[in-house]
Design a binder for this molecule. Structure first.
Ligand SMILES: [Zn+2]
Length: 287
C-alpha cells in the first residue's frame, strides 16, 4: 500500500517535472540546470551524476547536520524558487518536507522515499552500497526527466558511480562473510542499511535512550552487552554522542573509531571515498 503510494507520488512528480520544466530549457546551451539539496550525500551524488550539466547547491551549511537543521528565510526562499529541490525524506529533513509542500514553482523530490525496501523509520539509505545505488538511479531518473537533453551524460555518470559501488559491495561481501564478530556498536544509529547489505547487526548507544544522556542503568546494560559480545570498537561520529561513546569505550576497554554519516561534508572526501573508509574501518574492527 505504502509502496504503491510512494511510486505513484514519484511518477506524478516526474511527469509534472517534465511538463513544468520543458518550456524553461536553457536557451544559451551552456547554462547548467540548477538543483538545491539538503544533505551532503545528495550534494555528492547529484554532483557526480549531473557532472558539468548541473549546478548543485546544498542548503545545509558546513558543520550543520540535517536532523535538527532550521532553515533561515533565505534558505526557504532559495528552495521555493529552485528548478529542482531534492531532499532526503523519511523524516531526516522534516523541515524540507514541510517546505516542499508549499512549493509552487519548479519541482521537489523526496529521493530516499522512492528507494525500494525502506527500513521502517530509518532515513539513512545512502550509507549502504545497495541503498546508495538505488538512490543514485532515482536521482539519475529525476535529472533525466528534468533535463532530457543531457540524458546520455546522466546515464553514463550514474553507471560510473554505481560500478564503483558494486565493486565495493562485492569486495566487502566477501570480506564480511569471513568475520566471526557480526555485531557492531555505533553512536549515531545510521548504519542499518549497511548492516543489512552484509548480514551484520547494528547496536546503538543512541538507540538505547530517546533523548539526552543515557541513564547509568542504560549505560551499564550496554557495557555488559559489549563485554558479553567481545565488542572491541565503538563507532562514533563527531558530535553529541561522542562523549557517551568515549565513556562506554573506557568502561569496556574498547577503542572509539569514527564512521562518516555523509550527512555533512567532512575531510574533503568524496561520497565513495567515505563509503570505502566506513567499510574498511568496520571490517578492520570485526575481523
Ligand atoms: Zn542521521
Amino acid at each position: 500500500m505504502r509502496k504503491t503510494a510512494i511510486i505513484l507520488t514519484i511518477l506524478l512528480t516526474l511527469s509534472v517535472l517534465l511538463t513544468s520544466c520543458a518550456p524553461s530549457e536553457p536557451s544559451g546551451g551552456d547554462e547548467s540546470y540548477r538543483v538545491i539539496v539538503t544533505t551532503d550525500a545528495l550534494y555528492e551524488l547529484v554532483g557526480a551524476i549531473g557532472g558539468g550539466h548541473v549546478t548543485v547547491t546544498n542548503l545545509l551549511p558546513t558543520g550543520a547536520e540535517p536532523h535538527d537543521f532550521e532553515p533561515k528565510p533565505r534558505d526557504v526562499a532559495d528552495a521555493l524558487a529552485a528548478e529542482l529541490f531534492i531532499y532526503n525524506g523519511l523524516g531526516l529533513d522534516a523541515w524540507a518536507a514541510q517546505l516542499a509542500a508549499t512549493k509552487t514553482e519548479g519541482m521537489s523530490l523526496a529521493a530516499a522515499e522512492a528507494v525500494p525496501n525502506v527500513i521502517d523509520g530509518d532515513p539513512h539509505v545512502w550509507l549502504s552500497p545497495t541503498g546508495a545505488t538505488e538512490l543514485a538511479r532515482i536521482l539519475r531518473d529525476a535529472l533525466t526527466v528534468a533535463d532530457p537533453a543531457n540524458a546520455e551524460a546522466y546515464a553514463e555518470n550514474c553507471d560510473l558511480l554505481t560500478d564503483k559501488l558494486a565493486v565495493l559491495r562485492d569486495d566487502y561481501a566477501e570480506k564480511f562473510a569471513q568475520v566471526k564478530q557480526r555485531t557492531f556498536v555505533t553512536g549515531h544509529e545510521a548504519f542499518a542499511y549497511l548492516a543489512r547489505d552484509f548480514d551484520l547487526t547494528q547496536r546503538s548507544v543512541e538507540g538505547l535512550y530517546a533523548e539526552g544522556e543515557p541513564t547509568a542503568k542504560q549505560l551499564a546494560e550496554l557495557v555488559d552487552f559489549c563485554r558479553d559480545n567481545g565488542v572491541t570498537t565503538i563507532f562514533a561520529e563527531s558530535g553529541a554522542t561522542q562523549a557517551v561513546a568515549d565513556t562506554l569505550a573506557r568502561e569496556c576497554g574498547a577503542t572509539v573509531v569514527t564512521l562518516y554519516t555523509i550527512e555533512f561534508a567532512q575531510d574533503s572526501l568524496t561520497f565513495t571515498e567515505r563509503m570505502e573508509t566506513n567499510l574498511s574501518r568496520l571490517y578492520e574492527a570485526l575481523r
